[in-house]
Design a protein around this ligand. Structure first.
Ligand code: CA
Length: 227
C-alpha cells in the first residue's frame, strides 16, 4: 500500500503540514498545493492516486476544484470540511467527492479514511464481469452496462454497485453497506447511502429501465428484479 501518490490541496499551512507529515510517515508520496488552481495543474501534469481536498480555499473553492477533478478522472477524492452539515455533504457528494472528513480530525481518523479509499479503489484480483439481469459490471474497467448502454461510475458508486452485484437478491443492511463500502462507521444518521443509491438509480434507470436496486424499508437495500 505504500508509495501511492497523494495530492493534498489545503491553504492553511499548519494543517497542510500536519497532514503531509502523517501521510509521509505512512509511506505515501505527497504533493501539496496551496490553492485550487495549482492543485488542478499538478493533477493534470502528474495524476495522483488520491486527492485530499479542502473545501474552503482562496480563489477556486474546493467544490469547484472537486467538479473539475471529477470531470477529468475517477481519482478518489476525500474532502475536508468544517461544515458538519448534511446538506453540505450532499452538495460535495454531488460534486463528485468520495468521502468526507470534518475538521478538526485526528491523524488516525484521516489515515483510516485514506486506507479505506485506497482499499476500495485498488483492484485486488483478476478482472471479472459480474452480471445480474441486464446489468453488467466490469471489475477491471469499473464500467457498468445496462443492456448495451454504458454507464460511467465514480469510485464510490462503483464500490456500492459491486457490493450489490456480488450479493444479488440478498438484503444488505445499512450497517453492512457502511462497513463494506466506506470501511468505517459513519455515525449518527448520515444519509450518505441514500444519496449514493439515488445516484445509482439515476444512472441505471436513465432510460426508464425497470428498477433493480430496491429499498427494504427500515433495513437496507436489495438488488433484485421488480416484483
Ligand atoms: Ca482552508
Amino acid at each position: 500500500m505504500a508509495g501511492e501518490r497523494i495530492l493534498l490541496i489545503e491553504d492553511e499551512a499548519r494543517i497542510a503540514q500536519f497532514i503531509e507529515r502523517g501521510l509521509i510517515y505512512e509511506g505515501y508520496r505527497v504533493s501539496v498545493a496551496r490553492d485550487g488552481q495549482t492543485g488542478l495543474s499538478i493533477a493534470r501534469d502528474n495524476p495522483p492516486d488520491l486527492v485530499i481536498l479542502d473545501w474552503m480555499l482562496p480563489g477556486l473553492d474546493g467544490l469547484e476544484v472537486c467538479k473539475r477533478l471529477r470531470a477529468a478522472s475517477d481519482v478518489p477524492i476525500l474532502m475536508l470540511t468544517a461544515k458538519d452539515d448534511i446538506k453540505d455533504r450532499v452538495t460535495g457528494l454531488d460534486a463528485g467527492a468520495d468521502d468526507y472528513l470534518v475538521k478538526p480530525f485526528s491523524v488516525d481518523e484521516l489515515m483510516a479514511r485514506v486506507r479505506a479509499l485506497f482499499r476500495r479503489s485498488t483492484p485486488t484480483s483478476r478482472p471479472e464481469i459480474l452480471r445480474f439481469n441486464d446489468l453488467t459490471l466490469d471489475t477491471g474497467t469499473h464500467r457498468a452496462y445496462r443492456g448495451e448502454r454504458a454507464i460511467d461510475l465514480t469510485a464510490k458508486e462503483y464500490e456500492l454497485l459491486e457490493l450489490f452485484m456480488r450479493n444479488p437478491r440478498q438484503v444488505l443492511t445499512r450497517d453492512v453497506i457502511f462497513d463494506r463500502v466506506w470501511g468505517y462507521d459513519f455515525g449518527g444518521e448520515s444519509n450518505i447511502i441514500e444519496v449514493y443509491v439515488r445516484y445509482l438509480r439515476q444512472k441505471t434507470e436513465a432510460e426508464g429501465e425497470p428498477r433493480l436496486i430496491h429499498t427494504v424499508r427500515g433495513v437496507g437495500y436489495v438488488l433484485r428484479e421488480e416484483e
